[in-house]
Design a protein around this ligand. Structure first.
Ligand SMILES: C[S@@+](CC[C@H](N)C(=O)[O-])C[C@H]1O[C@@H](n2cnc3c(N)ncnc32)[C@H](O)[C@@H]1O
Length: 368
């Protein structure tokens, strides 16, 4: 397999069809090649002309790059030598090594991230690099890259089977190893929604600041509210179900025990950010959010909406969902199945470009 003829894409286990369908629309000239749960490759047309930091414009791709080839073997040291035969003709700034997801995030205690095995393989590969390809004394392994840096990717697809590739860091996820931010869930986190909202804030770079008022629709038991409170926000949780006492006791937290649609819209007058994570169909969440944000006394600046793919086929409607959100006066809209999402995806939307100190959302998040 020659360099840049194939693209590898890593996604959530189970999201392969949604990924293939969206790429068939955006990139009809890509041809499906090797595929495993959570790992899909495409043959690219000979004249693809794609730059090393091109934007795949995909909701379901967690990370991707140009394939350099596949290695099979029984010993990491031998495979590392073979890896450098594939990759040694170029200079690299970083090495990212990670394992294909063994399960859906949140199932069987699995959470995405760099496993001990992946880190060990990374150290073996880094130690055997020829000096010409990475002359720096310390070759970073599984660290966050800077925009413009060249990343050598190694995906552990099966035991003894590695896929090697490369990409140039640009967007935030393309800078993280495997497209996954490193998030430590604190002891006493109320739910794994703590991970989800932290991932959403890191990815979206919404200019959320301590002291801002935020509301969450679908807030019980309260992991996301807890993470927002930890960031110094003033949080209102709206949910007919009970909140964890840990969250209820926080002085900056208010619980409104109701459904989103049951509230008077003036309740949202001071709110700057709206988060939604209700376990209902996407159009149900969007109906509720639309009713709130289009009220003339409400001026919510940004949205972080988790939309539940109750059926994977709902993924086909994502472009319409995003268009609907834009029509409410949020021109800056992006969507991603976050590493810590389950059968769902997250939309970040902003009413206007942030001030210059916070321009990253605007420059990195083109409307699709
Ligand atoms: C995935 S859980 C939310 C987890 C929560 N974000 C956390 O941080 O722990 C979904 C929640 O949505 C709530 N829900 C469902 N329909 C709702 C609605 N119309 N308005 C508000 N909450 C709703 C459910 O009661 C449930 O607690």
């Amino acid at each position: 397999m020659n360099s840049a003829e194939f693209l590898f894409v890593v996604c959530q286990r189970g999201a392969e069809s949604a990924l293939k369908n969206e790429l068939a629309v955006c990139w009809p000239e890509f041809r499906l090649a090797f595929s495993r749960p959570g790992f899909v490759t495409f043959k690219l047309p000979a004249d693809h002309g794609l730059s090393p930091d091109f934007d795949l414009r995909s909701v379901f791709a967690r990370s991707y790059g140009f394939s350099l080839g596949r290695l099979v073997g029984a010993h990491a040291e031998t495979m590392a030598e073979q890896l450098w035969q594939l990759a040694g003709h170029r200079a690299w700034d970083h090495l990212h090594v990670w394992q294909r997801d063994p399960a859906v995030p949140g199932d069987r205690d699995f959470e995405p991230g760099i496993s001990t095995l992946a880190q060990q393989v990374g150290l073996v590969v880094a130690a055997s690099r020829p000096p010409s390809v990475a002359p720096q004394r310390v070759f970073p392994v599984n660290l966050v890259a800077r925009p413009g840096q060249q990343i050598l990717d190694c995906v552990l697809v099966e035991p003894g089977e590695w896929w090697i590739g490369g990409h140039q860091a640009s967007t935030m996820p393309s800078r993280w190893p495997g497209g996954t931010p490193k998030i430590d869930m604190p002891d006493g986190a109320v739910s794994r929604a703590y991970l989800k909202i932290t991932d959403a804030l890191l990815w979206s770079r919404l200019p959320v600041a301590a002291g801002d008022h935020c509301v969450e629709l679908g807030s019980s038991p309260g992991g996301a509210c807890q993470a927002l409170l930890d960031r110094g926000l003033i949080v209102t949780g709206i949910d007919p179900a009970d909140m964890s006492p840990v969250v209820l006791q926080h002085p900056n937290f208010t619980h409104i025990k109701a459904r989103g649609a049951d509230l008077k819209r003036r309740e949202f007058r001071r709110i700057k950010w709206l988060v939604a994570d209700a376990n209902v169909a996407p159009n149900h969440t969007l109906d509720t959010v639309e009713h709130i944000v289009t009220h003339r006394q409400v001026n919510i600046q940004g949205l972080l909406l988790t939309l539940k793919l109750i059926d994977w086929h709902l993924a086909d409607q994502i472009p319409e969902y995003l268009q609907r959100i834009r029509s409410w006066g949020y021109p800056l809209v992006r969507a991603r199945q976050l590493a810590f999402n389950r059968q769902e995806f997250t939309v970040a939307a902003l009413r206007r470009r942030p001030r210059p100190s916070n321009v990253r959302f605007a420059t990195r998040h083109r409307s699709k």
